[in-house]
Design a protein around this ligand. Structure first.
Ligand SMILES: [Zn+2]
Length: 269
């Protein structure tokens, strides 16, 4: 694995599950009020279905459990990483001017993992620094025009050049007495693999001017901000890392047997 420049936008394959997902239990109809989003308002259900489909309330109280309806998307992470596709403009808004910076290592055997400031750096070199910026992504058409009041809260993980572009927008807004958070931004993706994205200001932030959306965004953020960095990499300790990289007692182990070479007969005995 060649060493990477900090902030270089690199290829990544292991974080694919962080693709756009609807992880918040938002209302499914445009005009449906946010307050009622826990009770799906759909076509009239039969009595049997009404009974069978009512499992939400008790389950929702359990730690680690959330409920939904067939068809709802799911993610491993409460705040998935934002990914953009070529040929589709997306409308987003930056939620806060607070920025988190993370240090990550990448190895093909581990994928991204958080630097623990010890042997990871000795073995893999300096970690890659990324800025982590919470955003909302509007439910919009291919040109970035919102088509409903739905949205997803996601985390934008960016390197230096994309970060600089966002800072330019922020500086310009500040010159006018504003802030980047007051604007909606159109995102154009120039390269999916490297997530090379550029921005255009698209006017005032719609979500801030819609009471229902604002309430939903704030509640979601309060509940989930602690999960901001979870989708960005694994948490490995030194032992985990050494094992994953094939080291043993500080020595490089002989090349590990690839999973495909394992004798599966043994697994069934
Ligand atoms: Zn490190």
């Amino acid at each position: 694995m060649p060493e990477k420049n900090p902030f270089e936008e690199e290829q990544e394959q292991e974080v694919k599950e962080a693709e756009v997902v609807e992880s918040e239990d938002s209302a499914s109809e445009d005009n449906q009020s946010v307050e009622k989003s826990n009770q799906p308002v759909e076509k009239k259900k039969s009595k049997i279905d009404q009974i069978l489909d009512t499992m939400d309330e008790e389950l929702e109280k359990q730690v680690g459990v959330s409920t939904g309806q067939f068809g709802d998307s799911f993610s491993r992470y409460p705040i998935p990483r934002a990914k953009f596709n070529e040929g589709v403009k997306e409308r987003i808004a930056v939620l806060t001017t607070s920025v988190v910076f993370v240090k990550l290592h990448y190895h093909e055997e581990t994928g991204y993992f958080f630097c623990f400031e010890a042997r990871c750096c000795d073995i893999l070199g300096l970690p890659t620094t990324r800025a982590v910026i919470p955003i909302i992504r509007y439910d919009s058409d291919k040109r970035g025009k919102p088509v409903s009041k739905e949205f997803t809260v996601e985390v934008l993980r960016v390197g230096q050049s994309v970060y600089d572009n966002l800072m330019t927008i922020h500086d310009l807004r500040q010159d006018e007495g504003g802030s980047i958070t007051e604007a909606d931004i159109l995102v154009t993706c120039n390269d999916e693999q490297y997530q090379d994205i550029t921005f255009n200001v698209a006017g005032k932030a719609l979500w801030r001017r819609d009471k229902g959306m604002a309430k939903e965004v704030i509640n979601y953020w309060k509940d989930n901000k602690k999960h901001l960095t979870e989708g960005l990499g694994r948490r490995l300790n030194e032992e985990d890392m050494l094992i994953a990289l094939g080291y043993d007692g500080g020595q490089q182990a002989p090349p590990q047997q690839a999973p495909g070479d394992v004798n599966f007969e043994d697994e069934f005995n």
